[in-house]
Design a protein around this ligand. Structure first.
Ligand SMILES: [Zn+2]
Length: 316
């Protein structure tokens, strides 16, 4: 797996927002962090895997005198991996997280355990181990939190579904949502075909749909995807997201029942997505993404069989 050694990619995507490519596992264009710059404070949304620390320290050091706020959308390793290291580098920073995320930042042991179980130890070695964040640096919120970065109002909004500790951020003057994993992945290298983000161990379809409706009500003009980049919103985007999500859950269930074997079912789903993108074979990073969403969807269906049969009846 060869990384790209070109300069760190930082790109202005809205008037107040910059996209930082965290180059996950050496690949550009897969995991983004976003920096919002006000006159008084800068706020970093997400922080990539632990191996992204150097990239982010480099970018944040340019804002030496300003107040720094760190906002992890949730505590999956591709979003909060280097929060602890950043907290060590910038001890005056403030970390704002949903209440259910805060405890995992302070003690990442359960997070690490769950990553080890789902992805294996080799993966953890590759992306690095997250450091704990000092408890005193973390402030948490429940439903919403408003912040003024100096002329730039932003709002953190609880958007569970992908995970019970998931939040999104709305940048009011730019009418931009930074969505974490509350919406589908659309990776440029995969033709921006939507791939729902439904990972184990706690994806919840109904919560995810409620969160889509919350985001829709913001009447944003654009969405900034963690995976990956700026998407100008169109009429009906959120409805398409909901349908895509329901269709995905239904597809995973139907394929699994028809094949009777997880491996075979996954292979068929992967072939179908490759066909939709118009390529022969999915690149390995995308197979990983599909595998995780497939496993999480199946896990959700097993966990909530009754609710699931409701979701599968005629609505899929
Ligand atoms: Zn993610």
């Amino acid at each position: 797996m060869e990384g790209d050694n070109a300069a760190v990619s930082v790109e202005r995507v809205c008037e107040h927002v910059w996209l930082i490519d965290t180059e996950a596992l050496g690949y550009k264009g897969t995991v983004a962090a976003y920096l919002i710059v006000g006159s008084r404070s800068v706020l970093l949304v997400d922080s990539g895997y632990p191996q992204a620390t150097d990239i982010l320290v480099g970018v944040l050091s340019d804002f030496g005198d300003m107040d720094l706020i760190l906002f992890p959308t949730h505590v999956h390793l591709d979003h909060c991996g280097s929060m602890g290291a950043l907290a060590r580098e910038f001890p005056r920073a403030k970390i704002i997280a949903h209440r259910r995320a805060a405890k995992h930042l302070v003690d990442p042991s359960r997070l690490v355990e769950s990553v080890r179980r789902i992805y294996g130890s080799g993966f953890l070695e590759e992306v690095g181990l997250p450091e704990p964040v000092p408890e005193g640096m973390v402030s948490s919120f429940e439903e919403e939190i408003e912040m003024d970065l100096g002329g730039v109002q932003v709002k953190g909004i609880y958007t569970p579904g992908h995970a019970p500790h998931h939040a999104s951020l709305f940048v009011e003057p730019d009418k931009a949502i930074i969505s974490g994993d509350a919406v589908s992945n659309r990776i440029p290298a995969a033709g921006r075909i939507p791939i729902p983000a439904t990972p184990p161990p706690s994806f919840d379809l109904e919560e995810a749909i409620r969160s889509l409706k919350k985001l829709e009500s913001l009447r944003a003009k654009r969405i900034l995807l963690a995976h990956f980049g700026l998407l100008d919103l169109w009429e009906g985007y959120f409805m398409e997201e909901e349908l895509e999500l329901r269709r995905w859950i239904e597809e995973v269930w139907r394929t699994y029942r028809e094949e009777g074997d997880e491996g075979e079912a996954l292979a068929r789903v992967v072939r179908r997505i490759a066909g939709r993108i118009g390529i022969e074979e999915l690149p390995s990073t995308l197979i990983g993404t599909v595998y995780v969403s497939f496993a999480g969807a199946l896990d959700y269906l097993r966990r909530t069989h009754e609710a699931a049969s409701g979701a599968l009846d005629g609505r899929g």
